[in-house]
Design a protein around this ligand. Sequence first.
Ligand SMILES: Cc1cc2nc3c(=O)[nH]c(=O)nc-3n(C[C@H](O)[C@H](O)[C@H](O)COP(=O)(O)O)c2cc1C
Length: 270
Amino acid sequence: MTKRIGILYFSPTKTTKKICQAIASGMGANEPKIFNMTLPNSRSEFITNSNQVTENIDHLIVGAPVYSGKLPLQVKECLRSLKSKITTCSAIVVYGNRDFGIALYNMVELLSGNGFRVISAGAFIGQHSYSNILPIAIGRPDESDIKKAQQFGLNTLNSNKYLQQKDVPIQIDSASKSDKYDSIKPLYLAKICIKCGKCSQVCPLALISSDSGRYRNPISKRKCIGCMACVYNCETKARILKGNIFIKLLMKLILNKAQNERREPLLIIS
Ligand SMILES: Cc1cc2nc3c(=O)[nH]c(=O)nc-3n(C[C@H](O)[C@H](O)[C@H](O)COP(=O)(O)O)c2cc1C
């Protein structure tokens, strides 16, 4: 019997989306049901009516990026509201070649705690969101990553055992131990902004004004999670990521290994 596949993802710069779609294609799903939890309105909708994400779905692929070794808070909030005793799932995190910390472990914990039967889990690599300052994992997921994701999808469907918490490794470091989410906020260049409103439409927290590329107010700037959705989608480069000399040095220090050593996806199927 063909399985009905759903994809639930959070993906400001689209690498997580690409990986989840490749996994679904490996499962033979040409038109999986998409639940995009990147934008605030859809997240609220999923939280209020969480049944829509599992109704008529046999297997759900859940994908999120790694932020400071953890799952983004917005993803955690959404996953807490999802419950299912019949849907199986794959837990997927995508990270910028540094470290996936406790993100994958937490995702499996949240999903299995809510009744899902987790068949597989994977930590894939995507171009680092801050590559405009320090290029890391450029172009990833690449062809090899996509092939691995497709094969992972196929192997997942062929498995009928469930993962346990202990099957998922964690990479504990100062970032994943801390509650803090370190981020860099983009700059806005009013002179070259054409006021197309795209940045406002794609901001996962609805923090940007719809008639210019400015934050709505100083509190919005503080709330910005630095996901780079606005930078990624700005055609005129009016919203940009630029680091001063101290940020560049700090990033070089923290991300030196990530910049120089290629990591490969971690694939766990019971
Ligand atoms: C605020 C923030 C924190 C991040 N923290 C990490 C991290 O701890 N480890 C890592 O390898 N990559 C980290 N990244 C990089 C992203 O996980 C990576 O670029 C991912 O592919 C982005 O997913 P998306 O394209 O679906 O938005 C971080 C990115 C952002 C924006």
